[in-house]
Design a protein around this ligand. Structure first.
Ligand SMILES: [Zn+2]
Ligand SMILES: [Zn+2]
Length: 414
């Protein structure tokens, strides 16, 4: 933020002035406690260096052998994309699309977009498309799931360990380093070094008139007085994002997505997610039987991780979202800060539910030795993937500022 910038908290809607922060200092919203801004004025160069390293690692991770599977003299060699291609070839295009997007496309696209933004910025150029590209790069945040994919690899390797020999390839090492580099780049980059470089017309800088409605830009976090945003389709003068006082039809959209996810949760747990065929015998596994299998083989820490990620997290997320929706609709003023925190947790943990989908993808890619051993994805995996996607969209559709509106505190200064 520029010094003393006015911003609107994106979680509770409080309009506030961010004080001058020391380097590395963090500003939190005094009302809901969410992180508003961490001041890193010198983050352009480290972020650029990490992004370049990320692009190189991404290329390596996608072009070299990833994992090899050796069983009774037969070997399967895979690349990162093998599982996606196998799922597609087996007619599971929904799973192929989702896994391809979250493990390869979204992280790759995000790196490319970041590079396209940071290089011109470093060269002191400000092409007109800079703000738009940076906005897209940040939209991809919830969809890059390489860290969850890594957990999937771990589970898959442990599951296969007593059945065959697994040999990690060059790409796997690049992949692991890439996850660290991406996390580091995300932590290093202060988005405001990009946003503050984009010139704002003087008219857009004026403070709001008394009583004037103020929009908080969800992308660049600029506080925009209604008179500046324009009508009938208010837009951010800095990044072009469409502005709304609250997310449009937030309650209706969240309800629809939550109800769809609850319905899909049933077949997701009843139907098998994969089938293992070995020497003519086929055994199907549901999500729960997969957990039980790990328990029976003494791998209880992993069983616990999979149980939490695949069973507990989606269920908890649905329960919390229903509770938040009901509490907002009843106009509850009870512990708004804690309810906002619940929402924050829901938003952060949902992606880890993808782990079982990644495990299936990796197993499908590795175990395809014809009659000796073959693993195939089953309909339960498609339903379960839909649950994960719907709950992520539901969390995105819910506007936590409604909690504060319902509590009668949302209209403060906005
Ligand atoms: Zn707040
Ligand atoms: Zn904006």
């Amino acid at each position: 933020m520029a010094r003393d910038a006015v911003t609107q908290c994106h979680e509770c809607g409080l309009l506030q002035r961010i004080p001058t922060l020391p380097v590395g200092g963090l500003a939190r919203c005094p009302r809901c406690g969410c992180k508003l801004h961490r001041h890193r004025p010198d983050s352009l160069e480290p972020a650029l260096a990490l992004t370049v390293a990320g692009v190189v690692l991404f290329l390596v991770a996608n072009s070299f052998p990833f994992l090899s599977f050796e069983m009774q003299g037969q070997t399967t060699e895979t690349t990162l994309a093998t599982g996606v291609l196998d799922l597609y070839a087996a007619g599971r295009w929904e799973l192929a699309a989702l896994v391809g997007f979250t493990s390869i496309l979204a992280p790759g696209l995000q790196l490319a977009l970041l590079l396209a933004v940071l290089v011109p910025l470093k060269l002191g150029r400000l092409p007109a498309w800079l703000a738009g590209l940076f906005r897209y790069a940040r939209t991809l945040d919830p969809w890059g799931m390489m860290d969850v994919f890594m957990l999937g690899i771990l589970v898959a390797v442990v599951k296969l360990s007593d059945m065959a020999t697994l040999v990690p390839g060059t790409a796997l090492f690049a992949f692991v380093v890439l996850i660290l580099v991406l996390a580091w780049a995300q932590a290093a980059l202060d988005p405001d070094i990009v946003w503050s470089a984009i010139p704002l017309p003087d008219a857009a800088r004026r403070p709001p008139h008394p009583g004037e409605l103020v929009y908080g830009c969800p992308a660049c976090e600029l506080a925009v007085p209604a008179g500046v945003a324009g009508s009938p389709h208010p837009a951010c003068p800095r990044c072009g994002e469409a502005l709304h006082r609250r997310k449009p039809q937030s309650l209706q959209r969240t309800w629809a997505l939550v109800l769809a996810a609850i319905l899909l949760y049933i077949p997701a747990n009843l139907y098998p997610i994969m089938a293992v065929t070995s020497l003519g015998q086929t055994q199907a596994d549901t999500i729960l039987s997969g957990v039980v299998y790990l328990l029976h083989h003494g791998m209880w820490p992993l069983a616990l991780v999979v149980f939490v990620a695949s069973v507990l997290v989606p269920l908890l997320k649905l329960v919390i979202l229903v509770y938040l929706l009901v509490s907002v609709q009843l106009g509850s003023a009870w512990r708004a800060r804690d309810r906002t925190r619940l929402y924050r947790i829901t938003e952060a943990v949902g992606r880890w539910s993808m782990v079982d989908i990644f495990v299936v993808t990796i197993l499908v890619a590795l175990v395809r030795l014809g009659n000796l051993a073959t693993i195939e994805a089953q309909p339960g995996a498609v339903y379960f993937a839909a649950v994960v996607v719907f709950t992520i969209f539901a969390a995105l559709a819910f506007d936590p500022r409604l909690i504060w509106d319902a509590a009668g505190q949302g209209h403060g200064r906005d």
